[in-house]
Design a protein around this ligand. Structure first.
Ligand code: SF4
Length: 277
C-alpha cells in the first residue's frame, strides 16, 4: 500500500499544475483545447467545478476490492450509447458540489465499517483531474483505486503516477470503427492500449471488458488477443443491459446468446487470460 503521507503530499503538490491545464484542456484524448476556467466547454461539457453524483459503499466491483467506497464524479468524455448510468454520469452538472472534509469523513466512516478500498470513478474522473487530486490529498489511508475508461492523455496520467494502488480500466471496443459508432471516441485503440500499457507498468491493473451482443468477433476477440500478451487480471463482464440509447443499434437490442457467451469463454481460454470475478 502507498503510504498516506507520500500520496497526500504528491497529490497536493500537483493540484495547481492540474488546474492550470484547464485553460487549454487536453486532459483526455478528445483534445478539445477549451479554456474551462473561463466558461468554454468541450466534449465532456465539464467546467472547472466538479460535482459528485454518488459517494457510497458499493459491492458490484471486483471481488478482491469489495466492499468499496466509490466516489463518482459527474461528467464523461466518450458517452457510450449502451451506458446504463448515462442519465446521471454524463451530465457534468448533475449531483452536488461537495465538501472535501465531509467526503473524507464519509470515507473514514466507510473504512471503519469494513470497507476495503476507496475508488474514484465517474462518469470519467480524468476530466476532473484537479478535483481528483484534491480528493486524494484529503482521503484517509486506504487502498486507492482509479476507475477509468483509459482515454486520458500522457499529460493527465503522469499527474496520477504513484497515487493509486490499482487501476481498473475499461477496454470496451476491439476496433476504432465500433468505438466511433457506439461512442464519441476516435483513435480509440491506440489511445487505450497506450494507457493500459502505462497503467500496467505504474500500478496493479485490472482490465474490464463488457461483452456486447453482436460484438464477440469484432470487439472481444481482438481485445482478448492483445490482453493475452499483457498478463493482467481481466474481468470479463457478461451482464449487458440495454441502456437508454443502445436501442438505436440493431445488434444491441437483444441479449447475449448462450452461443456468444460460450465463444467468449473459448476466446478467453485461447489467450490464457487471467480471468477474475
Ligand atoms: S477533459 Fe477531455 S472532453 Fe473534457 S474538455 Fe478536456 S479534452 Fe475535452
Amino acid at each position: 500500500m502507498i503510504a498516506e503521507a507520500t500520496r497526500s503530499e504528491l497529490a497536493r503538490a500537483r493540484i495547481a499544475e492540474a488546474r492550470s491545464l484547464l485553460t487549454e484542456c487536453h486532459l483526455c484524448a478528445q483534445h478539445c483545447g477549451t479554456d474551462r476556467l473561463n466558461g468554454q466547454l468541450g466534449v465532456c461539457r465539464a467546467g472547472s467545478t466538479a460535482r459528485i453524483f454518488s459517494a457510497q459503499i458499493e459491492v458490484s466491483d471486483e471481488l478482491e476490492l469489495l466492499p468499496v467506497f466509490a466516489i463518482a464524479l459527474s461528467g464523461c468524455n466518450i458517452h457510450c450509447d449502451f451506458c446504463i448510468t448515462g442519465k446521471y454520469s454524463w451530465n457534468a452538472e448533475s449531483g452536488e458540489v461537495f465538501s472535501l472534509k465531509t467526503l473524507a469523513q464519509q470515507a473514514e466512516a466507510a473504512l471503519a465499517s469494513g470497507v476495503r478500498s476507496i475508488m474514484i470513478l465517474g462518469g470519467e474522473p480524468t476530466i476532473h483531474l484537479p478535483t481528483a487530486l484534491e480528493i486524494i490529498a484529503a482521503l484517509p489511508e486506504a487502498k486507492l483505486i482509479w476507475k477509468t475508461n483509459a482515454f486520458a492523455t500522457p499529460q493527465a496520467r503522469e499527474l496520477l503516477d504513484g497515487l493509486f494502488d490499482v487501476w481498473v480500466a475499461d477496454y470496451k471496443f476491439g476496433n476504432d470503427a465500433c468505438a466511433k459508432r457506439l461512442s464519441q471516441a476516435s483513435d480509440y485503440t491506440s489511445v487505450v492500449r497506450e494507457n493500459l500499457l502505462w497503467a500496467g507498468e505504474h500500478s496493479e491493473l485490472i482490465v474490464r471488458h463488457l461483452l456486447m451482443p453482436g460484438h464477440i468477433d469484432c470487439c472481444w476477440q481482438p481485445v482478448a488477443e492483445w490482453l493475452g500478451n499483457m498478463q493482467v487480471k481481466v474481468n470479463l463482464r457478461s451482464g449487458f443491459w440495454l441502456g437508454p440509447r443502445a436501442g438505436k443499434h440493431h445488434e444491441l437490442r437483444k441479449p447475449l446468446t448462450p452461443d456468444e457467451l460460450n465463444r467468449a469463454q473459448e476466446i478467453a481460454a485461447r489467450y490464457h487470460l487471467r480471468l477474475i470475478q
